[in-house]
Design a protein around this ligand. Structure first.
Ligand code: DGT
Ligand code: CA
Ligand code: CA
Ligand code: ZN
Length: 578
């Protein structure tokens, strides 16, 4: 299946409308596309699936031409008509669509009145003062546009871990399958599980380095070869991601792996420790006056320096070197420690699959429990549930639970909105009927830090709030976190025994890994939650675990590592006793 979402359909139709408008086409035609986008947006049901199966007939407002286009897009992921239309404009024009806050109307005005057709020309016009003279563009708008451009530049050359991982693993497999390769790994920030990456650093052990760099440069996924020599090769993929390959001998491999895994800061520390022992460490080997330690695996390097093996995720020079010395590195949580998960959505709010489908998928993942937490009514754009629908869902969960054996249960919950003043979207009487509850901020992001912190703390003080969802609201490479004092939140979480979730959606990975070590030391627990809006998104758990490890978390710090029996007993306790 092509990777098409409802959003893809909507934005494509809207962009077609805009391009037709820029071309000066008949307004009826452009209106048909806008209307179509609106209908897709508000359609009650899985419109992507219907379009893919070519079953859109009879939907009011979507005529034959639109049906056929939506079908092509949903089933193939591409639309020829749209691509041809795009071809009639300078490619830089489409950059404007990515600038936050620039809608179709504004883009048209900029293009028609000022001939702006790229972010560069937009930036210049902002500085030159022409824009604020256009009607509808005040000084405030110009300020916002400039901020959006800055944001875009800041994020331009980075990629999200979860967006890259499937492709990265495919390429790694290709290398591993090559008959002349004895070992292959991805080093760099990918191996350290950073939430965003600049490039991928592949490494192979081989006797035929030149053959391997050539092989790499000719992979089907390669869009452009940046440089290709006998031992090194850099390519670019279709999505713009750069991939470096280094081919080394089997003896050098552990050293190269250690070196190119980084981080630079970790390596600087490690080298200075080696020097104290009279050893010089580089990407090929140890050298020195005295006896040279034998190294077959990466862990032998650490052993030679009198240290425990440091898991790659921890190599950020944030205390891991000292801990490896003292033998106090944490035993990190692993994916197969998870027994269940909380915070998942169904078709009742904005999810793609039903309660039953989600439950089956969770069982397929080997989980013993699944927490359902659909949105609450204040999140009307996500079809949030009111009290009646929520309580009906609680009953539906009870009925469905009857059909499972003793080894699987759904927990009925809610992702309840934390309102502007810190009160919750449901009252205690309703929340008290749930098994648990995730409380999240979904609006009023622009409060001051003090107000936002107070707002979330008020929610945590509620006996029924089991955990806080996506604490800072960040969207990686898109939206900065809202202002909130995380230290105070951590202290309050410890005091009120409120869990802070680790949201595994690759766009969020929130709370940030840099805070977890501190939180854990204060006794705060986490729940690794996929925030799944579809069955396949339960796979996000793997990213959550990677980031939890990066945050020094152990099995005992993660509440959804508890067995079904344990978690039942735990949820039954009053919050203060947890
Ligand atoms: P990024 O920006 O997401 O690609 O992050 P990394 O850590 O993957 O950085 P990258 O690809 O530039 O380099 C991979 C590793 O190679 C890096 O973590 C440490 C090592 N390395 C690269 N350049 C240097 C350097 O100039 N000095 C040292 N000590 N190490 C380096
Ligand atoms: Ca890298
Ligand atoms: Ca690199
Ligand atoms: Zn949410």
């Amino acid at each position: 299946m092509a990777d098409v979402t409802r959003e893809t359909l909507i934005s494509t139709l809207e962009e077609i409308a805009l391009l037709l408008e820029l071309k000066g086409e008949n307004p009826f035609k452009t209106r048909a596309y806008r209307k179509g986008a609106e209908i897709v947006q508000n359609f009650d049901g899985d419109i992507v699936e219907l379009a893919a199966k070519d079953e859109l007939k009879g939907i009011k407002g979507i005529g034959d031409a639109l049906q056929q286009k939506l079908h092509e897009l949903a089933s193939t992921g591409k639309l020829e008509y749209f691509e041809n239309l795009q071809g009639e404009f300078p490619p830089t024009l489409f950059e404007l669509f990515e600038v936050q806050g620039l809608g179709p109307k504004k883009i048209k005005a900029l293009y028609d009145k000022l001939g702006i057709d790229s972010v560069a020309s937009l930036k210049e016009a902002c500085g030159g003062g022409e824009i604020s003279k256009l009607s509808g563009f005040g000084a405030k708008t110009v300020e916002k546009i400039l901020a959006a451009i800055e944001n875009r530049e800041k994020f331009a050359d980075r990629f999200r871990l979860g967006d890259i991982a499937p492709l990265a693993e495919t390429l790694l497999e290709r290398l591993k399958e090559h008959p002349k390769v004895s070992r292959a790994e991805i080093a760099g920030s990918y191996r350290r599980s950073k939430e965003t990456l600049h490039d991928l650093d592949f490494l192979v052990a081989t006797k035929e380095a030149a053959e391997l760099t050539k092989f790499f440069s000719e992979l089907a996924e390669v869009h452009e070869v940046i440089v290709c020599g006998d031992t090194k090769c850099s390519i670019r993929l279709e999505n713009g991601l750069q991939c470096d390959l280094r081919a080394v001998s089997n003896e050098h491999f552990p050293f190269a792996l250690q070196y190119f895994t980084g981080s630079k800061e970790h390596n600087v520390e490690l080298r200075s420790r080696a020097l104290k022992q009279g050893l010089s460490l580089n990407e090929y080997d140890f050298t020195g006056e005295g006896e040279i330690p034998e190294v077959q695996e990466e862990r032998d390097i650490y052993r030679a320096l009198g240290m425990d093996f440091v898991p790659p995720e921890l190599r950020e020079n944030r205390g891991e070197i000292e801990a490896a010395d003292e033998g106090t590195l944490p035993k990190l949580v692993a994916l197969d420690h998870l027994r269940g998960t909380f915070h998942n959505h169904t078709t009742a709010s904005d999810g793609k699959h039903t309660l039953k489908e989600m439950a089956e998928a969770a069982q397929d993942h080997g989980l013993s429990y699944l927490g359902i937490s659909d949105h609450s009514k204040a999140s009307f754009q996500a079809n949030g549930l009111d009290e009646d629908r929520l309580l009906a869902q609680v009953e539906a969960v009870q009925v469905l639970n009857e059909t499972f054996d003793d080894d699987f249960t759904i927990f009925a919950g809610s992702e309840v909105d934390i309102l502007r003043d810190g009160s919750l979207d449901f009252d205690d009487e309703v929340l008290g009927q749930l098994d648990y509850c995730v409380a999240s901020v979904h609006n009023a992001f622009t409060l001051s830090e003090a107000e936002m912190t107070k707002r979330i703390i008020r929610a945590m003080e509620n006996e029924h709030v089991t955990m806080i969802g996506h604490l800072t609201g960040r969207l990686l490479l898109r939206r900065d976190p809202y202002a909130v004092n995380v230290e105070k939140i951590i202290d309050c979480a410890a005091e009120t025994r409120t869990i802070i979730e680790l949201n595994c959606n690759p766009r969020r990975l929130d709370m940030d890994w840099r805070w977890w070590h501190r939180a854990r030391d204060k006794g705060v627990m986490t729940s690794i939650n996929p925030d799944a809006h579809a069955t396949e998104q339960l796979q996000f758990l793997a990213y959550g675990v990677r980031l939890a490890r990066k945050g020094w978390l152990r099995r005992e710090d993660v509440v959804n590592c508890k067995s079904l029996e344990e978690i039942r007993a735990w949820l039954a306790l009053p919050k203060s006793a947890r």
